[in-house]
Design a protein. Structure first.
Length: 218
């Protein structure tokens, strides 16, 4: 079952995107699909074209139309871009989201989207976003991502309890760990390059200041 911490973590993650039209105050602010489309458009603007961001209010018909478009594009993205079987995607009750603002189903939709972010070509950017969040949000999102990726990879998951049944080799967890390790390795390489560049600049400046003086005195 989703927790308040998980819902709050997704709100914090959504608000880390700079180009959303308005802040997300609560997980139920995502039930019209507009902000989620904006997040997806940041991840891959060619694939996820923005829908008209007109205020749909409480009209659940307009909401579910948005959500159906979004879910269809996400499913195709898994198939055609990420080379995953969309039949393994955890089922999401879009009607419960649009009509009842169901938190559990909204989180399941958010799981699909955050997995797109950490599996896409620009995943280093979005993993960095997650690592910039509060520790509590990072912990909740890591758990949520691993649970979703177990299902996406084809490992059986009990959707009522949110746990795998029975335990399977953690292929999805291993993949996610690999992505995190690659990101950390790139960060280390980036820091090393910055340090090497700083050393080269120091040597250049030192030679220019002191080396030229030595030449003049000789």
């Amino acid at each position: 079952m989703p927790t308040r911490a998980e819902a709050d973590a997704y709100v914090e993650w959504i608000n880390s995107f700079e180009h959303i039209s308005h802040p997300c105050r609560h997980i139920t602010d995502l039930t019209d699909g507009i902000i989620l489309f904006e997040v997806l458009a940041d991840i891959d603007p060619k694939w996820f074209k923005l829908i008209r961001s007109a205020d749909v209010g409480d009209n659940w018909v307009l909401k579910i139309n948005n959500l159906k478009k979004l879910h269809k594009l996400v499913s195709r993205y898994y198939e055609e871009v990420l080379d995953r079987n969309s039949e393994n995607l955890p089922p999401v009750n879009l009607g419960a989201i649009s009509k009842d603002a169901d938190v559990r189903e909204t989180i399941k939709l958010c799981q699909l989207i955050i997995c797109v972010a950490v599996m896409c070509n620009k995943n280093q950017i979005y993993i960095g976003k997650i690592q910039s969040l509060s520790q509590s949000a990072q912990h909740a999102l890591m758990h949520s991502i691993e649970h979703a990726m177990l299902a996406i990879s084809g490992d059986p998951v009990d959707h009522d309890t949110g746990s795998s049944a029975p335990p399977q080799p953690a292929s999805a967890s291993a993949e996610f760990s690999r992505i995190i390790e690659e990101h950390q390795e790139l960060q280390n390489q980036h820091r090393q390059l910055i340090e090497e560049h700083a050393q080269l600049r120091y040597r250049y400046v030192s030679f220019w200041l002191f080396g030229s003086n030595v030449q003049k005195t000789t």
